[in-house]
Design a protein around this ligand. Structure first.
Ligand code: G16
Length: 543
């Protein structure tokens, strides 16, 4: 086997964002671009000699090529073994599961999550650490620093490997095992939720639709829902992962999963609807006639998790990202367990999970998870919902309404202004920050500012500090607006505006969301001067 040392000039733009390095496909297709970033990652993994690495991705365009390249670079860099998903596939939560189960030193996951795929879409490479979770900021910073300093990479000069046949082959001194991408994950799910109860639910005629959005969860959902749990064939739709996700945007929300949403809100709605994203970590839950916001879903799962065998002992604590609604906090208070508020980015839950401070966590961006892995987990959330429905015998919409009746309702919406000019976005945030000290006490359209700050997080486990994580304006009328710039976009900047208002009076629980939130939305737009600064009078996406 010939190890080639290739000399290159470093790339200066390989800075990981909220979740790994995400860019347009043509950028990754530049000569040496992928190789340099993979080398930078591997150089940053301590003690990798002889160690196990996990590898797989969501099947998008470039997935197979980058799997092959990564295998050859890992072999040239003295790794002992790589576990790679068959066909180069591994969902993000399954990769986390495999890393933890097999004692790997980490994993490389190829995905740009919910971003579109195909030759002109997005691609991404992220590194997960030995705990199975996204690399913390200290590691992503080290990878970035290394990428800027690299003057070459080492790669084995060999033909491509067969990724489709399960089994082990040698690549130089390194072994490569092609694994069933579903098996370990299925075992883990069996240990957490009551498969027998869910199977009985399906056997009783319960109808569900799961939209895999032509992305990686297809094989998982088929094997688990239609296979292990006996749901009727056809329960899982768009089940074959495609390199371009069938031309769709694999983001499970009412806009991009419009067919499922329309079905669930229509007259022939099945009992339960769910979808997952490109790499399988996000989820959307729709009850008949009722969309369940991710913030509510986290709160409802927290309130009922004890019904599933894996959580029968109760929860140690709950965490949510700062822009997520406070619904989960209300459940934590009633359970008398701690509630934590973290910056956006799943990596911030890692320390809390590792220290046992929390059992469940979630985000408004369609992410829900628990201490079973160190990623959010779309199919797990769906299975936990099914377990709760089987255990309570309740319809999903009735369960949501009962929750609101008990805890009150956090009306919630997010307005995204996508691909706006980066300088304008920075200017908008800077202007908002400048105004913060003067805002408390001011009145806007019947709302009074109670507090205004730029979120600063002090990690309770290691004391690390993360600043400037979003401007939040809290109103005395139990309403809140949060502004932040996305860290996952690949073109221009995306301004996210998160708007919420709490209502507990029984006669207000079923009011139209738009009506309850209208004054808060109007204040959110005018306070930040969004139209004047960005030139946009409407958000591009409302979820
Ligand atoms: C990633 C992160 C999430 C975050 C989301 C959106 O999710 O893991 O923690 O909430 O991006 O981030 P932003 O608002 O910065 O765009 P995913 O599913 O894209 O990996």
């Amino acid at each position: 086997m010939v190890v080639k040392d290739v000399t290159t000039a470093p790339f200066l733009d390989q800075k990981p964002g909220t979740s790994g390095l995400r860019k347009k496909v043509p950028i990754f297709q530049q000569p040496h671009y992928v190789e340099t970033f993979v080398q930078a990652i591997l150089d940053t993994v301590p003690g990798h000699e002889g160690a196990t690495l996990v590898l797989g991705g969501d099947g998008r365009f470039l997935n197979r090529e980058v799997v092959q390249t990564t295998l050859k670079i890992a072999a040239a860099n003295d790794f002992g073994r790589v576990l790679v998903g068959q066909g180069g596939l591994l969902s993000t939560p399954a990769a986390s599961c495999v890393i933890r189960k097999h004692g790997a030193v980490g994993g490389i996951v190829l995905s740009a999550s919910h971003n579109p795929g195909g030759p002109n879409g997005d691609f991404g490479i992220k590194f997960n650490a030995a705990n199975g979770g996204p690399a913390p900021e200290s590691v992503t910073e080290a990878i970035y620093a290394r990428s800027k300093a690299l003057d070459g990479y080492r790669i084995l000069d060999v033909p491509d490997l067969d990724l489709d046949t399960i089994g082990t082959t040698q690549l130089g001194d390194m072994s490569v095992t092609v694994i069933d991408p579903v098996a370990d994950y299925l075992d883990l799910m069996r240990s957490l939720v009551d498969f027998d109860a869910i199977a009985r639910l399906f056997a009783s005629g319960f109808r569900m639709r799961f939209d895999a959005m032509s992305a990686v969860t297809g094989p998982y959902a088929k094997a688990i829902l239609e296979g292990a749990l006996g749901a009727p064939a056809g329960t899982v739709v768009n089940a074959v992962p495609l390199p371009d996700f069938g031309g769709h945007h694999p983001d499970p929300n009412p806009v991009h999963a419009a067919d499922l949403y329309a079905l669930m809100l229509g007259p022939d709605a099945p009992d339960f609807g769910a979808a997952s994203d490109g790499d399988g970590d996000r989820n959307m839950i729709v009850a008949p006639g009722l969309f369940v916001t991710p913030s509510d879903s986290l709160a409802i799962l927290a309130a009922h998790a004890h019904r599933a065998p894996g959580y029968a002992r109760g929860l140690s604590g709950i965490a949510r990202s700062m822009p997520t609604s406070r619904a989960a906090d209300r459940v934590a208070a009633s359970l008398e367990i701690p509630a934590y508020e973290t910056p956006t980015g799943w990596k911030f839950f890692g320390n809390l999970l590792d220290a046992g401070l929390i059992t469940l966590c979630g985000e408004e961006s369609a992410g829900t998870g628990s201490d079973h892995v160190r990623e959010k987990d779309g199919l797990w959330a769906v299975l936990l919902w099914l377990n709760v429905l089987a255990a309570t015998g309740s319809r999903a919409d009735a369960l949501v309404r009962a929750h609101w009746a008990e805890f009150g309702r956090d009306f919630y919406t997010r307005h995204d202004y996508e691909e706006i000019d980066s300088d304008a976005a920075q200017a908008l945030m800077a202007a908002l920050r400048d105004r913060l000290p003067a805002l408390p006490g001011q009145h806007f359209r019947g709302l009074t500012v109670e507090s205004a700050d730029d979120f600063r997080y002090v990690d309770p486990v290691d004391g690390s500090i993360t600043e400037r994580q979003g401007v939040r304006i809290v109103f005395a009328e139990d309403a809140r607006v949060v502004y932040r710039l996305s860290g996952t976009g690949t073109a221009g900047a995306t301004l996210r505006v998160y708007i919420e208002r709490y209502e507990s009076a029984p006669e207000r629980l079923e009011l139209p969301i738009a009506e309850v939130l209208a004054p808060v939305v109007a204040v959110a737009e005018s306070l930040a001067d969004i139209a004047a600064i960005t030139g946009r009078t409407e958000p591009s996406v409302i979820t």
